[in-house]
Ligand binder design. Structure first.
Ligand code: MN
Length: 231
């Protein structure tokens, strides 16, 4: 006789990411993203540079693993890459002090905020939510997490993204308008943050369209890499 499950449907598998130097994994709770955190990117999209950055979200099961092949998503004709530093939290709280916010960081990874730009722009124009542009299957490729206990808390590091080997984005995380500690503190005013949360910290300039067959690789010096192919 098989045991009766207390769930009416099978519970979902825990989304997770590999951690460098161990066979253990990092369980993902929430994925928050920062919009407009690099000045040159705000300018390239024609947005108001006096407005502060802000947050939007993707779902935990929208993670794509390093090496994944991702089907070109539906409804869009303008899929864009956004290279981003990803912060992984081991603890959290509300109304955190920026001076101690980094104590909540487990580690860092390279990530790509895949964006259906045409749908994002259309929703922005209609003052509708951004989900259709930002939140879709496998829209959050993320690489192996490097623990802060090994690499510290990077505040200056080259971040770049290549498409089929050609560099498209090339910036430095020291160009962020809100740094990592400020991002965690700001987000914790809006919602409680906690262990398992990932924060994608915004993208430098150079975002552009990608096509079926393209291979994207995001690298951050001292942090890591993530590579995916669009099919
Ligand atoms: Mn982004």
């Amino acid at each position: 006789m098989t045991a009766q499950s207390s769930f009416v449907i099978a519970p979902l598998a825990q989304p997770q990411l590999p951690v460098a130097g161990t066979s253990q994994t990092f369980p993902v709770r929430r994925i928050w993203c920062v919009g407009r955190n690099y000045l040159e990117h705000i300018r390239e999209l024609g947005n108001d540079e006096r407005q502060p950055p802000f947050f939007f979200a993707k779902h935990a099961d929208m993670i794509a693993q390093d090496g994944a092949t991702i089907p070109y998503p539906p409804l869009t004709k303008d899929l864009h890459h956004e290279a981003e530093l990803v912060v992984a939290l081991k603890s959290g709280g509300s109304n955190l002090d920026p001076a101690t916010a980094l104590d909540h960081v487990y580690g860092y990874a390279a990530g790509i905020d895949l964006t259906r730009r045409d749908l994002q722009m259309a929703s922005r124009k209609k003052e509708q939510p951004w989900e259709i542009g930002k939140s879709f299957d496998q829209s959050a490729p993320c690489g192996t997490i490097k623990p802060a206990s090994e690499i510290g808390h990077p505040s200056k590091a080259r971040i770049w993204l290549s498409v089929n080997g050609t560099i498209r984005q090339d910036g430095n995380i020291d160009q962020m308008i809100w740094n990592v500690a400020e991002i965690i503190a700001k987000l914790s005013q809006q919602v409680s943050v906690g262990a398992g949360d990932l924060i994608m910290t915004g993208t430098p300039a150079g975002v552009a369209a990608i096509n079926k067959g393209d291979t994207l690789e995001c690298n951050i010096d001292g942090v890591g890499t993530v590579k995916v192919t669009i099919s």
